[in-house]
Ligand binder design. Sequence first.
Ligand code: TRP
Length: 314
Amino acid sequence: MANKKRLFSGVQSSGTLHIGNYFGALRQWKDMQEEFDCVFSIVDYHALTSVKDPATLHTNTLNAFKDILALGIDPAKSIVFQQSQVQEHPELAWILECVVPVAMLELGHAYKDKVAKGLDANAGLFNYPLLMAADILLYDTDVVPVGEDQRQHIEYTREAAAKFNLAYGPTFKEPQERIMKEVAIVPGTDGKKMSKSYGNTIPLFGTKEEIAKAVMSIVTDSSGDRPENVYAIHKLLHPEERLAQLYESNKGKYKVLKEALIEDIDAFVAPMREKRSSITDADVVRVAKEGSDRARAIASAKMQEVRKKVGATL
Ligand code: TRP
């Protein structure tokens, strides 16, 4: 434990996960727990910048916990907690807001993109990177696994840490991003990259019927013996040697091949799907509470140091 590096990741509920998310990035998570001392936070206060319906925020948070637990994040190995339950996060964000210039936040890509898409430009959305910096800095994080779109936020985190350290003395570790390269490009049912916004997904925790419906809608062109869009997904599940015979003996029989793919996806996702459906809301509440207690113990010690450094003590 002691010599492992600390990894921190914030998880936004992004709705229904699909097999593209899984083979693209999520399958790496489970193993990161062996290499790093991991802290995972369901970042509901970040979500609050855009989710305005309380029931939706609540359900999304429960679902995000269920998703990551089903993916193999183990509360016995990692700290898993709800951001809003550890008050040191918004508290440190405020202090960082007092050392970072507005001009830096005005250059934020994520802020500019969201405003361009018509999201209301609330102050929370503007300050979002500093709440994220607080998430990371409270835990003396070494490594933050993120997608390319989050690179700037990690740069801002280092910048905020450096500005604070310069003003008040060494306090925060400057973290490194670990850009999660997509380990596989997963094609959707139309052959384009699988993505929620294209509506071409196969759900990760879907029922067999839902999987079947999506697979049957895979676009095949009748020019070749092998339906390439079917094959491209199939080979994520089995080595090509293993598929060779199936595809050889069923040349042109697209329906048979799709049915084989349905069975294989179903067999692959079934354990995760079963695990997810066995997790109750009460389980989540218990895991989250335990996780918040562990997170708070670390965060409150750090904040005590920070309050002292800035002079907020008597
Ligand atoms: N902004 C991140 C995203 O949209 C979520 C996030 C919040 C995060 N706090 C974090 C990610 C801390 C890594 C570390 O994906």
